[in-house]
Design a protein around this ligand. Structure first.
Ligand SMILES: [Zn+2]
Length: 181
């Protein structure tokens, strides 16, 4: 599966591409220098704390993407394949977009990172019960549906929100959160 950014970088509209890349970095606060954290100054996801930005694919359709994934791609060309890998924060600072703090890793690595950072509950949580109590907001539902529409697995999305895969699938199928268009 190709990434929206990847498609975009390959697109022939190079003038638009350049300005969009410049625009992306203009929203990353790099004042901390090469070793410091570079927080995203635009929209931050309320629950998981990642920066979010819209990125276009080669068809000109826009989808929400996490800024650390975009930052690593724009710097190294590495894109995390859905289902297999993800982009880890070595600094445990979710809005950070400093590529020096980002690494491709496995989904297992990312879950371990989140536990260490305290953003994902205790190890070996009770299956289901606790997860179902996790609070999702209307804006989460919108992003969850966008990510599922883009072909991401419910398991991968669920990890980011600390909820069960079936919770994500039900929201996506409009069995829950039906009032959100
Ligand atoms: Zn950082």
């Amino acid at each position: 599966m190709s990434s929206p950014v990847f498609d975009y970088a390959r697109s022939r509209r190079s003038r638009l591409k350049l300005s969009a890349v410049d625009h992306f970095w203009s929203k990353v606060d790099q004042r901390a220098g090469p070793d410091g954290c570079w927080p995203w100054t635009g929209h931050i996801h309320k629950v998981i704390g990642y920066g979010c930005c819209p990125v276009p694919n080669s068809d000109g359709e826009w989808a929400t993407e996490f800024t650390h994934r975009v930052a690593l791609f724009l710097t190294t060309g590495e894109w995390s394949e859905r289902y297999k890998t993800c982009v880890r924060h070595l600094c445990d600072n979710p809005p950070c977009c400093n590529p020096a703090h980002l690494r491709l890793g496995s989904l297992k690595d990312n879950t371990a990172d989140a536990r260490r950072a305290g953003t994902l509950g205790p190890k070996n949580p009770t299956h289901g019960e606790n997860h179902h109590k996790a609070k999702l907001t209307a804006s989460d539902i919108t992003i969850i549906r966008e990510r599922m529409d883009a072909g991401e697995s419910s398991a991968s999305v669920a990890i980011d929100y600390g909820v069960a895969g079936e919770t994500v699938r039900a929201a996506w199928k409009r069995q829950t959160w039906r009032h959100i268009p």
